[in-house]
Design a protein around this ligand. Structure first.
Ligand code: B1M
Length: 214
């Protein structure tokens, strides 16, 4: 078994205590941090997602794997985030109201930090008003929302509507993502960008802010 497979297995089995040492061992052995993320941690979480869907495992099992994932990510974060000197811009980020999934959102935060952004992470279960208040307070360029449940996707539209209502729609770039989100949905609710993963979110965010500043 390769070390990346071991990491995936460790996450699937929810071995919270072992994961840090294993990720560190992989880094010390010269594995690419992105491979550790994609082929180790995310691969394991994808297996867990499939088992959860087929009802072979249940919420407590998923929670343990999610905690293991976060532990693994904490070792990986400094390697994934190589911040440049100059602040590119500011993003206010969170998971929408009613939704407690934060692993993807945390990855998005990491990638934006790595792209040189100041990241204001509001956590989970964030309503539209809170997103907007924070964005106004810090002078954000981007508001980023994550949703993992089909039932919480509509909460994204509430922010777009609130921005329209306050005459602030053009002030912010609205970016959205999460497993059930699509490009079509983004267009439908009037968000500026949907991206399928954290790395492309940061790339697009950076391009956007740099273009606006020219
Ligand atoms: Co939940 N859950 N969950 N869960 N969970 C899903 C999402 C589900 C698809 C599982 C399934 O049935 N197959 C399903 C949703 C079905 C649906 O609505 N379509 C589901 C369900 C039903 C539920 C509960 C309702 C279960 C219950 O209680 N009966 C409940 C809801 C709680 C709530 O939020 N109110 C629930 C609870 C949980 C746990 C708490 C146990 C745990 C979350 C722990 C945590 O996040 N701290 C959990 C988990 C872990 C999952 C799965 C297994 C994994 C999600 C994950 O972290 N993936 C998930 C199954 C799945 O997705 N296949 C599932 C890894 C993560 C890196 O991916 O977040 O998609 P993701 O992020 C990606 C991209 O989407 C993108 O970047 C990342 C990759 O680079 N991205 C963005 C994300 N946000 C972005 C924002 C952007 C741009 C890109 O711009 C701003």
């Amino acid at each position: 078994m390769t070390i990346l497979q071991e990491i995936s297995e460790c996450l699937q089995k929810g071995k919270v205590k072992q994961i840090k040492a294993l990720v560190q061992q992989a880094l010390d052995g010269g594995e690419d941090p992105k491979a550790i993320l994609n082929e180790g941690l995310l691969e394991g979480m994808s297996v867990i997602g499939g088992r959860f869907k087929r009802e072979e495992i249940f919420v407590p099992d998923v929670l343990i794997s999610a905690r293991t994932m976060s532990m693994g990510l904490s070792v990986l974060e400094p390697k994934l985030v190589e911040v440049g000197n100059k602040a590119v811009g500011k993003i206010v980020l969170g998971t929408v109201k009613g939704d407690l999934h934060d692993i993807g959102k945390n990855l998005v935060a990491m990638m934006f930090k790595g792209a040189g952004f100041e990241v204001y992470d509001l956590g989970v279960d964030v309503d539209a008003k809170t997103f907007l208040e924070k964005a106004e307070e810090v002078g954000a360029d981007i508001i980023g929302m994550s949703a993992l449940l089909s039932t919480t996707m509509p909460a994204m539209k509430e922010l777009v509507d609130l921005l329209e209502e306050k005459g602030l729609r053009d002030k912010y770039t609205v970016m959205i993502g999460g497993a059930p989100i699509t490009d079509e949905f983004a267009k439908e609710i009037g968000a500026d960008y949907y991206t399928p993963d954290a790395a492309s979110a940061a790339e697009i965010g950076k391009t956007c802010v740099l273009e606006k500043s020219v």
